[in-house]
Design a protein around this ligand. Sequence first.
Ligand SMILES: [Zn+2]
Length: 223
Amino acid sequence: MLAFKEQVYNATIELIKRQTTLQSWGNISAVDRKSGVMVIKPHKTNIQDIRPGDMVVMNLQGKVLDGLKKPSFDALTHLVIYNSFPEIGAIAHTHSMYASCWAQAGQSIPPLGITHIDRFYGEIPCTRELTDLESEKNYEEATGHVIVEALKDLDPFKTPAVLVNRHGPFVWGKDLDAALRNASVIEEIAGMAYITLQINPQLNILTAKQVNVHYERYLSDNN
Ligand SMILES: [Zn+2]
């Protein structure tokens, strides 16, 4: 188990190094489907202040199996996503600048060019705003549910990210490397989309057909 904790610990350090998140605002977790456990960093800690052994191990029902500290509050969001999509192996959450600005504005990121389509099939959806009741009752768990709601009718591997309204991006992949990569890519795409629309506010978004053609081309390049 220490090796698994170490992998998630190193990925958390890497997430911070890539400047996709500031201080303790972001987190990354991974799940071991065979043993049914998830590893995430402890609540309100700077990763540099803890050791790999301090990472928290939970089962997918949210029970802490190993860890002296409480898990990151966002663990509840991660658990809802893992329980809804069994193919997902790792999830990252950041407060990166451009992606969080789109999220705060409550706007999905439209597909404007090929860089976007190389990783995301169509728009990157933004969730609805949580109701006051949802926020008061259990903000983190409700956040997981609105993410799942935003992915209704979407393939979570073709759309490996959702912006949480007024908050920031959650991204994922089959493993930690994929989740880390998507955390960096969504920030690039969010920045490019913002600048592109400054240059040409009247620009049309790519049509469904254009999205399809470029996505298929990307897939054939990478298989
Ligand atoms: Zn957050």
